[in-house]
Structure formats: C-alpha cells, structure tokens
Ligand binder design. Structure first.
Ligand code: ATP
Ligand code: MG
Length: 296
C-alpha cells in the first residue's frame, strides 16, 4: 500500500510509515516539509508481516494527533496541517521535516519485556540501579530512560547506555531528550490513569529545527510505540493484558502459527480472527484514551 500522490514525491518507507515530500512551485520536492502516511502494515519481531490490520494507520495517526495536543505545553511538535490528499485522509499528516535525533528515546514506568530481562541479569536497567525483588509488571520508583539505537529496516534496535547517547549527540542534547522523554511518560500516565490505562513504557523520536529547538516528531503514545495496560487487571508477578500487538506476538509464537522464531524465516499470514481482534484492540485503545468514537 504505497500511494501515488499527485503533487508529492515518495522519499522513504519505514516499517509502518511512508514519507513523501510535497512538490514546490518549481516542481522540485520541498526540503522543509514531509507528508507522513501511516499504512496498515504491522511489524513483529523485526518482520513486516504479510497481513495488514484494517484502519490501523488511521488509528495511529488520530491517536498521535490527540497526544500532540495533550502534550503541547510540554514540548513543541512537528504538525503543520491535517489537510492532506483524499486518498490518505485520516491516516496522514503534513509535518516539519526535521533533523532527527539518531536515538530511539524510550522511557519505562513499569518493569517488563527487555527492561525486565536486563534487571534480572544486572539488577539495573540502562545502568540505573533498581531495588531488589521487583517482578514482571511492577511500577518503578521513577521512570527510567532506556534509549536504543535506530536500526535500519530489518535490523534490531540495540540498547544504548546514556554515555553512548552523549557521545553520539553531545551532552546538552542528550540531557534534553532524556528529560523530555521522562516528562512525556509521566504526563501521559497522569492523563491516561483516570481513563483506566497504564502506560508501561513508550518510545518517542525527536527532531531538531534549524534554530536548534527540539521538536516531538514521528508518532506518539500509540499501541505501536508503547505498552498500554488496562489498569483494572494490573497485577505484578506475570505478563499483563495489553492493548498493543502482544496479541499478535503471542499468536506467532504459539503452536497454532507453526512458526519457529529461531528459524529466521518470515512469519506466516495472520488468521482473520487474529487480524480482527488486533484491529479491535487498536480501536479500543484510541477510544478509551480519547473518549471519542473511532470513525474510519
Ligand atoms: P520503527 O518505528 O518501527 O522503529 P521505522 O523507523 O521504519 O521503524 P516508520 O515509522 O515506518 O519507522 O518510518 C517513519 C520514519 O520517519 C522514521 O525513520 C522516522 O525517524 C522518520 N520521521 C518521523 N518524523 C519525522 C520528521 N518530522 N522529519 C523527518 N523524519 C521523520
Ligand atoms: Mg517508527
């Protein structure tokens, strides 16, 4: 699903998003703007799956827009306009084209997944010592910044220490993106809690404007970039129910899929009911957070 959009030139496709540059009056692609189009593609275990999730791109775009608004007093954002070509209406935004900070900025408020494995091995996450005896799903005393590299499509993002971030982007920018990432996660949990959702962790990307201002870019606080847990069923000690693509991951690694993750082969197509359930979870997360009804 890449689109041919009159007036735009395709510049890049990531795992989920397709990027286009609007053409200027001289017919050449503009260098200061991008059209960010979220497709219905879904990735898991670093594979872009053959199956697509209907409406996923629109849900991610609408949820990101809602969050950009919620966070506007904390950090400026990339959004220029939601007035986009008809073919990609709802799933695309026109944004400032930024010089992206080459780090995936992750913060964790609860312990699970990769953070939990690191803690069980080292008693620390990204070099931050944690109290003994924490279990899967526990809330951390305060959110921890756990950055990773931004690997090219098909490769795995690798954990970075804070010193590595400093070496890559300089101490000033490193400190600013770390503090912003943690504040975004804190604020988003304050907003989500009364709506019955815990945000266990999230990944954000920042870009820098020509004048040096740091701007929130890409997508924010979506089920693709974050772990959302229903607060009502939260119970540390085991994996939590979740609105993200954990459902897809669980099916892929179950005997039903017949797929062996260790084989390195491409995963199989998702059955229709798994596609449907996954779509429902994305829509439910959007509706529960925003209080709006999703209209495709
Ligand atoms: P993933 O998000 O799963 O790690 P990906 O990097 O392939 O994978 P996509 O979301 O498919 O991500 O592609 C979006 C791309 O656009 C990313 O490389 C992101 O850094 C870049 N991007 C997002 N916002 C902007 C922006 N305002 N200016 C320039 N580039 C941007
Ligand atoms: Mg992305």
């Amino acid at each position: 699903m890449t689109f041919t959009l009159p007036g735009f030139a395709h510049v890049y496709s990531g795992k989920v998003r397709d990027l286009y540059a609007p053409l200027g009056d001289d017919g050449a692609p503009r260098t200061d703007r991008l059209l960010l189009v979220a497709s219905d593609r879904i990735s898991a275990y670093d594979f872009v799956l053959r199956s697509q999730i209907p409406d996923k791109g629109a849900v991610l775009t609408q949820l990101s827009l809602w969050w950009f608004d919620q966070l506007a007093d904390l950090v400026p954002n990339q959004i220029v306009s939601t007035d986009v070509p008809e073919q990609v209406a709802g799933r695309a935004v026109l944004v400032e084209r930024l010089d992206m900070v080459p780090v995936e900025c992750i913060a964790r408020a609860y312990l699970t997944g990769g953070g939990l494995s690191e803690y069980e091995r080292d008693g620390a996450v990204s070099g931050v010592e944690l109290p003994a005896g924490l279990v899967d799903g526990d809330r951390l005393p305060k959110p921890v910044f756990t950055p990773t590299t931004k690997a090219p499509v098909g490769e795995h993002d690798l954990p970075m220490t804070y010193d590595e971030v400093t070496a890559k982007v300089g101490p000033d920018l490193a400190a600013r993106v770390r503090d912003l990432t943690v504040r975004i996660l804190d604020r988003s949990n304050e907003i989500a809690a009364p709506r019955g959702i815990l945000i266990a962790d999230t990944k954000v990307e920042f870009g820098v404007r020509a004048d040096g201002e740091i701007v929130l870019a890409d997508e924010v606080l979506t089920p693709d970039s974050s772990r959302f847990w229903p607060a009502v069923s939260w119970e540390p000690g085991h994996p939590q129910a979740s609105y993200d693509k954990q459902y897809v991951r669980d099916w892929l690694t179950s005997p039903a899929s017949g797929w062996d993750r260790a084989s390195g082969e491409e995963p199989p197509e998702l059955p229709q009911d798994v596609v449907g359930q996954t779509r429902d979870r994305y829509v439910e997360a959007y509706e529960q957070l925003t209080g709006r009804t999703f209209r495709p």
